[in-house]
Write a protein that binds this ligand. Structure first.
Ligand SMILES: Cc1cc2nc3c(=O)[nH]c(=O)nc-3n(C[C@H](O)[C@H](O)[C@H](O)COP(=O)(O)OP(=O)(O)OC[C@H]3O[C@@H](n4cnc5c(N)ncnc54)[C@H](O)[C@@H]3O)c2cc1C
Length: 385
């Protein structure tokens, strides 16, 4: 087995990059998924700092940017993604503009003076908000600029968006919603001011861009695989070519919950699909239908989310979303629990996952009442299940 990765590292975990690693609380060695010995002991050759440039699906070969050519019987595209960049040539050369995807990105950010500095965080998604939270903890002055009319608009409901707006505001972040960046004003090679569409001017020392991810699917596209906002695969993570797979952030796979195709950007998804493909290669394949789940840490708030809230018709809020920092939101469609967002409520998260998995029908009043335990509701299943 040969692992080819364009980063100079052994495989590592990214979630701490915008959390404990940025805070300086974990060492780089703790990010690595396995110690170097593991690969040697398991006969896995690792080419670090090497990018695959082309893949020949018929000749079953792959060419790398160090000139090497690899023969393969099976190949797995686990190429992930890269930060979506702002289309502004002036910004590319500015010295104080940051993205957060790699260890090097975070080390560069940490080398700046954080305490007392003015940071503009462009993008109110998970990565932007997690970085904003760490920067506040490190005493930076932070403005979050979000184009939509609420935070996390792409991934959660208005009640959870409102909650995170309240938390960040309480923690001293200046959150600007429905805010379009008109201009990044560059002086002496650095962005000095962010000018918004309404004419307001935000003086800055550093800029962090967190406006999403672009899948690294170009090599697959050039090889002739079906690519459409990611590499299109079936429920076994197989592409249309035998022995060729795609997994993780780059894979666009069938959505068993809502139909159609979806691309998930989460660690649990990447890890589960990796296992699934290994099993398939060993002849023990099964369709991918794991429940999607995700987490986010901001200040003292842990969000755990599971399921798919797309198309929900009813929201049940369990606990106090208006003033506290502990509650859950259940999303229902036709009376069936489809998704949960649990804020500092691990028990509700666990119960929610069980309810979703069993397509449970639970009276709304029970979901809304924190004194009613949810665990025992598992056996209430809908006709649809
Ligand atoms: C800051 C941050 C915080 C996150 N927090 C969370 C979280 O709290 N919870 C959660 O569930 N998820 C989180 N995620 C998402 C999670 O990290 C990703 O879903 C996960 O890393 C996806 O793994 P992957 O292997 O598919 O892709 P990646 O982790 O992107 O790995 C792909 C690798 O392939 C390499 N590569 C690309 N093209 C080539 C090529 N042609 N040749 C060789 N190598 C190539 C890339 O350099 C990269 O090293 C976070 C992500 C980021 C960036």
């Amino acid at each position: 087995m040969t692992l080819v990765g364009s980063e100079p590292h052994f495989p590592y975990t990214r979630p701490p990059l915008s959390k404990a690693y940025l805070r300086g609380e974990v060492a780089i060695a703790e990010l690595y998924l396995r110690p170097a010995d593991f690969y040697r002991d398991h006969d896995i050759t690792v080419h670090r700092g090497v990018a695959v440039e082309w893949v020949d699906l018929h000749g079953r070969r792959a060419g790398c940017d160090d000139g090497s050519v690899l023969d393969w019987d099976r190949i797995v595209f686990a190429t992930g993604g890269r930060p979506r960049r702002v289309a502004d040539p002036g910004l590319e050369s500015a010295g104080n503009v940051h993205y957060v995807r790699t260890i090097e990105d975070v080390e560069r950010l940490r080398r700046t003076t954080i305490a007392g500095s003015r940071f503009a965080v462009v993008g109110g998604g998970y990565v932007g908000l997690e970085v904003a939270a760490v920067l506040r903890r490190l005493d930076a002055r932070v403005t979050v600029i979000e184009a939509a009319d609420r935070l996390l608009a792409r991934v959660t409901s208005p009640v959870v968006s409102e909650f995170f707006l309240r938390v960040h505001t309480q923690e001293g972040v200046d959150v600007r919603l429905s805010a379009q960046v008109e201009l990044f004003q560059v002086e002496d090679g650095n962005v000095s001011t962010v000018v918004l569409g309404d004419g307001s001017r935000i003086p800055v020392d550093q800029v962090l861009i967190g406006i999403g991810m672009v899948p690294n699917d170009e090599v697959a596209a050039r090889a002739g695989l079906d690519v459409d906002n990611g590499i299109v695969v079936d429920e076994f993570c197989r592409t249309g070519t035998a022995g060729v797979y795609a997994i993780g952030d780059v894979a666009r796979h069938p959505d068993p919950l809502n139909g159609g195709l979806r691309r998930l950007e989460s660690m649990p998804n990447a890890a589960a699909q990796a296992r699934l493909v290994a099993e398939d290669i060993l002849g023990r394949g099964r369709p991918y239908n794991d429940l999607p789940w995700f987490w986010s840490d901001q200040y003292d708030v842990k969000l755990q989310a599971a399921g798919s809230s797309a198309g929900y018709d009813t929201v049940a809020v369990r606990g106090d979303a208006m003033s506290g920092r502990r509650f859950s939101v259940f999303y229902l469609r036709d009376g069936v629990v489809r998704a949960v967002d649990a804020i500092c409520s691990p028990a509700d998260f666990a119960a929610g996952k069980a309810l979703i998995a069993s397509s449970a029908v639970v009276p709304l009043s029970d979901l809304q009442d924190p004194s009613v335990p949810l665990r025992r509701r598992r056996s209430f299943t809908s006709e649809a299940s």
